[in-house]
Design a protein around this ligand. Structure first.
Ligand SMILES: O=C(O)C(=O)C[C@]1(C(=O)O)C=C[C@@H](O)C=C1
Length: 350
């Protein structure tokens, strides 16, 4: 029988071989990406991905490698090749772009994104640049907190070229919806919301919401700027945006804040709870811990400045009371019904 050292040496050899093959796989995926670019073929092919995953499952059936594990590895490999290919989609944008408030995380992200496409980007921040720097810009992006958008738009627009494309990237639109719609009657203005934070490496599979404020030309130009690297563009009105954000942002943040506040109020230390964590508890932590580390003043604006926030809290309180009543009732029927309705509500979710 081989000793432990020998066996570990064998595993090490296999690991190097696996890494070598995975690198080779990505090199070929890069070639596929370049060919797709040349032929103008879309980035992802879901049918091919399904076939590749089936292949992994089939090859691992009746072996010591469970098919679920083989499939998970396959998914990681495909994600990696798609990410690599998305970085090759070097769409061109040879415009002059000013980012007002661009020293923040998302402003810097926009700078990197547009520079990757060849744009000339300048930042107009509190300590650098002045509104006159936007005078010859083709695109002016407003990247300041939601409560400061209206005033910033009013200050910047007189300095912008007549045909400049102007848009904000605020996560909440209620505080300036009327002002921006008024502006869009005379200027190429619309409103954008990127549904990701500054850590996103590329646009791959990222949602970008484009709100029509009344100027169709602005919407189509913005769509062209963000239709890149495998992004998903979602078009909506500025009002619907905030109705949806009351749940996608405000409720999602609030329920996570309630989660960690409840734990803290319980009087039990986090360490003690975390030591015996269950799968669901760990999943909740995965969402809740990053929320606790977020930009608190911005998160407060997302709660406070959405015109639909009262409706959301009414629904939240009603749901909370219902779930509490059903959970404490001796009769399980209502509780089961609530669980089944949830499953049905999510039935389209893959
Ligand atoms: O076959 C392709 O078109 C590839 O780009 C390769 C690959 C893969 O990694 O297997 C990656 C992305 C596609 O969506 C499908 C498959």
């Amino acid at each position: 029988m081989k000793d432990l050292e020998q066996l570990r040496k064998e595993i090490e050899k296999i690991d190097s071989e696996l890494i070598r093959l995975m690198i080779k796989r990505n090199e070929i995926a890069k070639e596929v990406g370049l060919l797709k670019n040349k032929k103008g073929i879309g980035l992802r092919n879901i049918d091919v991905e399904k076939k590749v995953m089936e292949r992994y499952r089939r090859m691992s059936e009746n072996t010591l490698l469970p098919p679920d594990v083989a499939e998970a590895i396959c998914k990681l490999l495909i994600d990696s090749s798609v990410e690599l290919q998305s970085g090759l989609l070097n769409k061109k944008c040879e415009k002059k772009i000013s980012i007002v408030g661009g020293s923040g995380g998302m402003g810097q992200w926009m700078k990197r994104y547009f520079e990757r496409m060849g744009a000339e980007v300048n930042i107009i921040g509190r300590s650098s640049g002045s509104p006159t720097d936007a005078e010859d810009s083709d695109v002016v992006i407003i990247s300041v907190p939601p409560s400061a958008i209206s005033a910033t738009l009013k200050k910047m627009v007189p300095f912008c070229k007549e045909d400049a494309l102007i848009f904000d990237i605020s996560s909440i639109k209620s505080p300036f919806a009327d002002d921006i719609k008024e502006m869009a009657k005379h200027r190429k203005v619309c409103s954008v919301h990127h549904m990701f934070g500054p850590s996103a490496k590329t646009m791959l599979d990222r949602n970008v919401v484009i709100c029509d404020c009344g100027c169709k030309e602005a919407v189509s130009e913005v769509a062209d700027l963000f239709d890149s690297e495998g992004s998903n563009l979602i078009f909506t009105s500025i009002e619907r945006h905030d109705e949806l954000m009351a749940y996608v942002l405000a409720f999602a943040h609030a329920s996570n804040i309630v989660f960690f506040t409840t734990l803290r109020e319980s009087g039990i230390s986090f360490d003690e709870l975390n030591k015996i964590a269950s799968t669901t508890f760990k999943r909740c932590l995965n969402a809740s811990v990053p929320v606790s580390e977020e930009n608190a003043p911005l998160y407060h604006e997302i709660q406070r400045l959405n015109d639909n926030i009262d409706d959301m809290w009414d629904v939240f309180e009603k749901a909370f009371k219902e779930v509490k009543k059903a959970s404490l009732s001796k009769d399980p029927d209502r509780f089961i019904e609530i669980m089944e309705s949830g499953k049905e509500y999510f039935s389209d979710h893959q």
